[in-house]
Ligand binder design. Sequence first.
Ligand code: HEM
Ligand code: HEM
Length: 187
Amino acid sequence: MDTAAKLSPASVALHWLVGLGMIALTAVGLYMSNAEVWVLYPIHKSVGVLMFVLILARVVWRVKNGWPAQLAGGSPLEHRMAKLVHWLLITATLLMPISGMMNSGAGGHGIAVFGLQIVPSQHSADKPNEALPYNESVAEFGEAMHEWIGYLLILALLLHVAGALKHHLVYKDGVLRRMLGQRIAAK
Ligand code: HEM
Ligand code: HEM
């Protein structure tokens, strides 16, 4: 279990696996869709679906364990901001893969994990190169969510990293060292 002085190895491992995975998927997602690099789509989707499994494990762990205790550094407003940003980030970790699967699955593009088919793609006889949606409104809603929550995620992440650096460099209170698995003197 997490304590104020030390976070459990599960909390630390899940934070960095999911966190770095989300950053990588965001970068690849933006690049592949803007530059139309079709070869990256199945890789983005496969890694995204696998990440969803880790994300669910992380959310269950966080609900059972509670949030890490807040340390002394920072004003009450900064503490409230940190809480809000943590909620935004963890909610975005759930909504990004869900909306991606809505877009690809309901849009008829299909979902597979490195070749293992989960939702088949669908094409009409007269336009075999174009996907035929199973449910166009679900697919369009998923597409819009994936894009806008993606932008919100980038904003929340910038605030999150700035906060982590401020704790480390200005307040020198061990928030970052604790997330790196070290035992700290909790005040
Ligand atoms: C280089 C990037 C990152 C750094 C330096 C970083 C740093 C940290 C630190 C120091 C904490 C501890 C805060 C505390 O003790 O109150 C933390 C917690 C947290 N971080 Fe990050 N983080 C990064 C990326 C991410 C990403 C990409 C996500 C999610 C998309 C994320 C989600 C969270 C959440 C939800 C918490 C709350 C505690 C928990 O659930 O584990 N972080 N982060
Ligand atoms: C797990 C975390 C994920 C993150 C952080 C993520 C992030 C992103 C981002 C930032 C974009 C570019 C913005 C956009 O054009 O929508 C994108 C595009 C895309 N993502 Fe994801 N994604 C994730 C998971 C998934 C999953 C699980 C799927 C499908 C199974 C998926 C399918 C797609 C598709 C098809 C696009 C291109 C959309 C387009 O060209 O309009 N993503 N992703």
